[in-house]
Design a binder for this molecule. Structure first.
Ligand SMILES: Cc1cc2nc3c(=O)[nH]c(=O)nc-3n(C[C@H](O)[C@H](O)[C@H](O)COP(=O)(O)OP(=O)(O)OC[C@H]3O[C@@H](n4cnc5c(N)ncnc54)[C@H](O)[C@@H]3O)c2cc1C
Length: 398
C-alpha cells in the first residue's frame, strides 16, 4: 500500500481497505473489534502492535467516521470510561511489554471493564495516606484493605489498585501499583447508593487477595508516580475526554428546553443562558485543543484546569436548568435504586442532572485540590507546607 498514512486521506484509504476485507454485517462484534485493533485502527495514536499506528490523535476522527458510516459495531466506550481513559494510558506509560499485550486489546474491545481502586475511607484527597497493605509471598502479593467510591466495580473484571508495601518509609515512598483481577477470591463488592438514588459506585473489600507479581505495574515503591499518571489522565478524561459536538454537554438539554418552550423565557434568563452557552463552548474548544496537544498517554497538570471548569459549569448550568423548568424542576423523576452500566452526567431530567453534577467537583480530584495543583505545578506558586513529608507512614497520626 502506498498511501501516506499521516494524512486524513491516507488513513481514510487504510480504513476503507480494512472495511472492504472485514464486513461488519458478516462478522461477530468481538471478532470485528479484535481485527480492528490488530490493524491499528482502534486508537491510531497508540503504537503499532497495540491497537494504533503511531499517528496524530486527530486522525482518529477520520477512522471513526468511516467505521460509523459502514455500520461497524462500537466498543461501548461509555461502559469502560475508566479503562479507556485511565487504565490504558497508565499501562502504556508504565506497563511492561507483556502486560501491554495481555491487557490492552481486551480493554479496548470491552472484554475487560476496568475500575479504579484508589480512594479509601481514610484516604481521598490525601491518597498517599492509603492503608491497603500488599505483602510479598513468593511469586504473589497478598492484599488486605478497604477501598471506597469505586465506580463501576460491579461490572469490572480488572482494577487499577494502589497499595502500601512499605509502612516504614514516608507515605509517598511506600506505595506499589497493581492490576487486580476483580474475580479473584477475597474481592467483595458492595453497592453504595448516592444522592441520585443510583449506586454508580461501590465499596470494595479486599481480604487476602492474591495478585501475581506479574500484575505489578511499575517498580516496587514507585506506586505514587504511577498513580499520578492515572490521576492526570483521569482529569483529562472527565474534563475533556472525547471530541464532542457543540451543545453535546450539559448545555445541550438546557438549550433544547429554551428553544422548545418560549413561555419560560425572561430577559434575565436570556442573559444568563447566553453567558453559560458561551462559557460551555469555550470550554469545549479548549478541551479539543488540550486533547490534540496530548501525545498518547502522557497528560500534564494542565488537564486539571479542564476538569475544574467542567465541574463548575456543570453545576451552574444544571442549576439554571432546574430554575428554567419552574415548579417542574422541583420534581424528581425516579429515585429507584439502580446499578447503572455507565456514568451518565446528562441523562434523565433536570433534577437528576442537578444532583449528579454535585459529584463533578469531587470525583477525579476535588476542585480545591485541582486549584492547588494549578497553583503549584502550572503557575509555579509556593507549595502548601507538608509537615508529614519525612515522617514514616506508620508513625503518622490516624
Ligand atoms: C461520583 C464519584 C465517583 C468516584 N469514583 C471513584 C473511583 O472510581 N475510584 C476511586 O478511587 N475514587 C472515586 N471517587 C472518590 C474521589 O476520588 C474522592 O471522593 C475524592 O478524591 C475526595 O476524597 P474524599 O471524599 O475522601 O474527601 P476529602 O479528601 O476528605 O476532602 C473533604 C473536603 O476537604 C477538602 N480538602 C482536602 N484536602 C485539602 C487541601 N489540601 N486543600 C484544600 N482543601 C482540601 C476537599 O476539597 C473536600 O472539599 C469518586 C467520587 C465521586 C463523587
Amino acid at each position: 500500500m502506498t498511501e501516506n498514512l499521516g494524512t486524513a486521506e491516507g488513513i481514510r484509504v487504510r480504513a476503507k481497505a480494512f472495511l472492504a476485507e472485514h464486513d461488519p454485517a458478516e462478522m461477530g462484534k468481538q471478532d470485528f473489534n479484535d481485527a480492528r485493533f490488530d490493524a491499528g485502527l482502534a486508537w491510531v495514536h497508540y503504537p503499532e502492535g497495540l491497537g494504533g499506528l503511531g499517528l496524530p490523535r486527530s486522525l482518529q476522527a477520520v477512522v471513526d467516521a468511516e467505521f460509523a458510516a459502514a455500520g461497524a459495531p462500537s466498543n461501548d466506550a461509555d461502559r469502560n470510561a475508566i479503562g479507556l481513559g485511565m487504565a490504558a494510558p497508565t499501562i502504556l506509560a508504565y506497563g511492561n511489554d507483556e502486560q501491554q499485550h495481555r491487557w490492552l486489546r481486551r480493554l479496548w474491545t470491552g472484554q475487560d471493564i476496568w475500575c479504579q481502586l484508589f480512594s479509601e475511607p481514610g484516604a481521598g484527597s490525601d491518597l498517599a495516606a492509603l492503608a491497603t497493605r500488599a505483602v510479598r509471598d513468593g511469586e504473589d502479593w497478598v492484599i488486605t484493605g478497604q477501598k471506597v467510591w469505586t465506580s463501576q466495580a460491579h461490572l469490572a473484571s480488572r482494577a487499577l489498585l494502589v497499595t502500601r508495601t512499605d509502612p516504614d518509609v514516608p507515605k509517598h515512598q511506600g506505595l506499589t501499583y497493581f492490576s487486580c483481577d476483580m474475580t479473584a477470591p477475597g474481592v467483595e463488592v458492595r453497592p453504595l447508593r448516592q444522592l441520585t438514588g443510583e449506586a454508580e459506585f461501590n465499596e470494595v473489600f479486599l481480604t487476602d487477595v492474591r495478585i501475581p507479581d506479574t500484575d505489578r505495574i511499575g517498580p516496587v515503591g514507585e506506586g505514587w508516580k504511577v498513580a499520578n499518571a492515572t490521576l492526570m489522565s483521569e482529569r483529562v478524561s472527565i474534563g475533556s475526554g472525547r471530541a464532542s459536538a457543540r451543545e453535546s454537554g450539559m448545555i445541550g438539554p438546557v438549550a433544547a428546553t429554551w428553544r422548545s418552550r418560549p413561555a419560560l423565557r425572561t430577559r434575565g434568563l436570556h442573559d444568563r443562558l447566553l453567558r453559560l452557552w458561551t462559557e460551555a463552548e469555550v470550554a469545549r474548544l479548549a478541551g479539543e485543543r488540550l486533547r490534540q496537544q496530548l501525545a498518547a498517554g502522557q497528560p500534564g497538570p494542565e488537564g486539571s484546569a479542564a476538569k475544574l471548569v467542567f465541574a463548575r459549569l456543570n453545576q451552574e448550568i444544571s442549576g439554571f436548568d432546574v430554575e428554567l423548568a419552574g415548579s417542574d424542576g422541583l420534581r424528581y423523576d425516579d429515585w429507584s435504586m439502580r446499578r447503572p452500566e455507565r456514568a451518565n452526567f446528562y441523562g434523565r431530567g433536570p433534577g437528576y442532572r442537578y444532583l449528579r453534577s454535585r459529584g463533578n467537583s469531587i470525583e477525579g480530584g476535588t476542585s480545591e485540590i485541582l486549584r492547588n495543583i494549578i497553583a503549584e505545578r502550572v503557575l509555579g506558586l509556593p507549595p502548601e507546607p507538608r509537615v508529614d513529608k519525612d515522617v514514616p507512614w506508620k508513625d503518622l497520626p490516624r
